[in-house]
Design a protein around this ligand. Structure first.
Ligand code: CA
Length: 245
């Protein structure tokens, strides 16, 4: 507990590593600590939830293949709780489990890495994700957006549709923010990746589609007939504020 308290008072961000293989967990801990992070380990989902209940970390590295509660289930639980709804979440998947990756992003993971990866890459991804989420929190400061059924408070990260609070991940909110600030123009997936994910992210254009789908589920009356976030066939997407009226 003393170590935890000390870490809380310092500038070292706390990373919770959820990984059932002790060797890998220790290796990740060793390297993240060497890169200046405070690290806590949890070997399964239940212990991860206990650790988070004690203290919410700055970021979670989450292996999807866990005994008991799966990583996807844990991801869903974290996104469903107010305290962890926007906690940066870097998921780790086995090579080839593409369906899990897509599902993980749909459940709100911010980024993913495929095993095996180098410890340096892990530290770089963790740093990039923390930077993005800090930037999102800063640039959002104190402003709000209101149009029709949608209200966004960028200071508190609260989104309301028809007066009802909606839970969005940090990345979904960044994408939504980009749209409301750049209405009516068509953007390609690649442009949205550059603008919202940034150049350090090694993500596929399809990731944009996953996030668009999630935003539509939150915003649109009928997400099979979107009126606010429009698909421009063979090009990309366009935000139409009138679709919110
Ligand atoms: Ca595992």
């Amino acid at each position: 507990m003393t170590a935890e308290t000390a870490a809380a008072g310092s500038a070292r961000p706390l990373v919770l590593v959820v990984e059932d293989e002790p060797d890998i967990a220790e290796l990740e801990r060793y390297n993240l600590e060497a890169e200046g992070f405070a690290v806590e380990l949890a070997f399964d989902g239940a212990r991860a939830l206990e650790a988070i209940a004690r203290r919410v970390p700055d970021l979670v590295v989450l292996d999807l293949m866990l005994p008991g509660m799966s990583g996807l289930e844990l991801c869903r639980k974290l996104r469903g709780q107010t305290a962890t709804a926007r906690l940066p979440l870097l998921m780790v998947t086995a090579r080839g489990s593409e369906a899990d990756r897509v599902l993980g992003l749909e459940l709100g993971a911010d980024d993913y890495m495929v095993k095996p990866f180098s410890p340096r890459e892990l530290a770089a991804r963790v740093r990039a994700l923390l930077r993005r989420s800090a930037m999102a929190a800063e640039t959002a400061g104190g402003e709000s957006y209101q149009r029709g059924r949608l209200r966004i408070d960028f200071a508190t990260y609260e989104v309301f549709v028809d007066g009802q609070p909606r839970t969005l991940t940090a990345r979904e909110l960044e994408l939504l923010k980009f749209f409301v600030r750049h209405p009516l123009r068509v953007y390609t997936r690649e442009q949205l990746l550059d603008q919202v994910w940034g150049r350090e992210a090694f993500v596929e254009p399809r990731t944009v589609d996953v996030h668009i789908r999630r935003l539509r589920q939150q915003l649109e009356r009928d997400d099979s007939r979107p009126r606010a976030i429009l698909t421009v066939r063979n090009v990309g997407y366009r935000f139409n504020p009138e679709g919110l009226d």
